[in-house]
Design a protein around this ligand. Structure first.
Ligand code: DGL
Length: 259
């Protein structure tokens, strides 16, 4: 593994930038390449086979750019395809899964809510995780329609507010004390979600944990970039780059490319 090679990340679209931000904050000297497969978003309603095929396509693109490690910055791709990716390629993969464990451990009411895609909630990996916490009641909700709105940059729209209320009010009524955001797009909805949830309900996602795990695995492989300069950052999208540029505050290079 060449330490100067980049960390590769991919997601079905712009959501995984929430993970990229955590990694870039923790490892600012690392070069990073991010793929936003927005042309194929959302992944959440696709079959497992389709998600695997898209994940392979994204992985190969990143490996061709010499990625030394790949972060699957998408819960749906992780829960449906990471096993197949690990079996097929030698490079280390870091996945992102809904933060059920910390929510279940810290929940005083033993009732938590999870908002995620259909692909994540129906996956075998997710079911295996849930089975470990049978003392906790887990209210599952598919976030139908949320990712397409985020991809269009409509985080603050009336339509978004209506959907979020429809999904979150039953969880409030069920008395949850933790809400798990099980999709890397959803951290961009935290301000809207906070307007709906009572203050005492805590919101958690997996971004920080994924960044820490990425650092640990790089260190175990002696692959941390020891350079003193800030890492080079490149974003690729196969769709209109406007929303991606907006959420990155126009601070980074975004290249439109077919991949
Ligand atoms: N960002 C994704 C996730 O974490 C995928 C959402 C989607 O494309 O449906 O699940």
């Amino acid at each position: 593994m060449n330490n100067n090679n980049p960390i590769g990340l991919f997601d079905s679209g712009i959501g995984g930038t929430s993970i990229w931000k955590e990694i870039h904050d923790l490892l600012p000297n690392e070069h990073t390449i991010y793929l936003a497969d927005s042309k194929n978003a959302p992944y959440g309603q696709k079959s497992k086979e389709e998600i695997i095929a898209l994940s392979i396509k994204n992985t190969e693109y990143l490996l061709n750019q010499n990625a030394k490690i790949i972060v699957v910055a998408c819960n749906t791709a992780t829960t449906n395809a990471i096993k197949e990716l690990r079996a097929k390629y030698d490079v280390p993969f870091i996945g992102i899964e809904p933060a059920i464990k910390p929510a279940a451990i810290h929940s005083e009411k033993h009732i938590i809510g999870i908002l995620a895609t259909q692909g994540t909630l129906n996956s075998e990996l997710f079911h295996q995780t849930v089975e470990k916490f049978h003392d906790t009641k887990i209210i599952e909700q598919i976030g139908h329609g949320l990712v397409p709105l985020i991809e269009k940059g409509e985080m603050n729209s009336k339509e978004m507010d209506v959907l979020l209320r429809q999904y979150l009010e039953p969880m409030i009524d069920a008395n949850i004390d933790y809400l798990v955001l099980g999709c890397s797009h959803y951290p961009y909805l935290i301000p809207q979600i906070k307007k709906i949830l009572p203050k005492e309900i805590k919101i958690i996602d997996s971004g920080e944990a994924v960044a820490r795990q990425t650092k640990t695995i790089l260190a175990e492989n002696n692959a941390i970039n020891s350079g003193k300069d800030k890492g080079k950052v490149i974003f690729y999208t196969n769709s209109d780059p406007k929303v991606l540029n907006d959420i990155l505050d126009h601070k980074y290079t975004v290249i439109r490319k077919d991949f």
